[in-house]
Design a protein around this ligand. Structure first.
Ligand code: SF4
Length: 283
């Protein structure tokens, strides 16, 4: 029941859960839960380890390189393309050692992935989107109480520009459609606005995504979304609270969809039965 929200701003209409609430909720966790609660369970509750996906591995290494670039811009360090490429190479190897193994097909796949990373980073540094001025902040971790949420909201912003615009970087295999991209990342973007407003009292002029696209000729594409109005904020708080409620009440079940094509838990998923069925079978 999330339709009657006029009375109290950000009230979701969902009841507050006082039993096994998570410590906090992040937009990433909420999106993961809402996309498939059972996949969320396997990944984050049961903590079943699988090989790291190639896309996630590449995204993390690219992220480390961009972070180094933005920190160098912020603090006046070495922001040359060679220095940033070196950070990528080190991160690519370190992540594989520390968080791997990575699900590469073979050595050629690994080499291609590494080169793709270097190419998209070089394209970003060469693009007008590369941060020219001093950012306001880099890698901002925020944790704030948000009205309507039973637990604190947390979020890590890649970059905050001088005018308080939060920017999140995405590695992508194909060129994003701006409308779909903004819609797809609505929970994350609006969460950043909520966190920014709670922490600083400032409303960002825009909520931005920058895509590093590893097409044949790598591209850097910025997708801008206007700041959320009261309705968008209430809707996102309701989505976050829906995830909190589901996690707190142990509601985990298969949600077949497009996400199954990259899910690594198909065997575990096929073994799933609701508790009631399991009890009946055991009786
Ligand atoms: S296979 Fe599909 S339904 Fe099953 S856990 Fe994975 S994403 Fe969910």
């Amino acid at each position: 029941m999330i339709a009657t929200l006029q009375d109290t701003p950000f009230s979701t209409g969902l009841k507050t859960w006082a039993q096994t609430l998570p410590d906090h909720i992040s937009p990433t966790a909420a999106k993961s839960y809402l996309s498939c609660s059972l996949m969320f369970y396997f990944e984050r509750v049961a903590c079943i380890r699988k090989k790291t996906s190639v896309a996630l591995h590449l995204g993390k290494a690219v992220h480390a390189a961009l972070q180094a670039f933005h920190l160098a811009r912020w603090r006046g360090g070495d922001d040359t393309p060679d220095a940033i490429a070196a950070v990528f190479e080190k991160s690519f190897a370190d992540l594989e050692r520390d968080e791997g193994p990575v699900n590469f097909d073979d050595q050629a796949d690994r080499d291609k992935t590494r080169i793709d990373g270097l190419r998209v980073i070089a394209a970003y540094l060469d693009s007008p989107e590369a941060m020219q001025s001093k950012p306001r902040a880099v890698e901002v971790l925020l944790k704030e109480d948000i009205p309507g949420l039973s637990v604190p909201l947390t979020g890590a912003m890649d970059l905050v520009e001088g005018d308080f615009t939060p920017v999140d970087f995405k590695s992508s295999a194909s060129k994003p459609d701006p409308v779909n991209a903004a819609f797809d990342h609505e929970i994350q973007l609006v969460s950043y606005q909520l966190l920014m407003e709670a922490a600083t009292g400032e409303t960002p002029p825009s909520l931005d995504l920058v895509f590093l696209v590893k097409t044949k000729k790598p591209q850097t594409i910025r997708v801008k979304s206007p700041p959320a109005d009261a309705h968008r904020k209430r809707r996102v708080v309701a989505l976050l609270e829906t995830a909190v409620e589901g996690i707190a009440s142990n509601r985990f079940h298969p949600q077949p969809g497009m996400q199954c094509s990259w899910c690594q838990f198909k065997n575990e998923c096929m073994a799933w039965l609701p508790e009631a069925y399991q009890e009946r079978r055991a009786a």
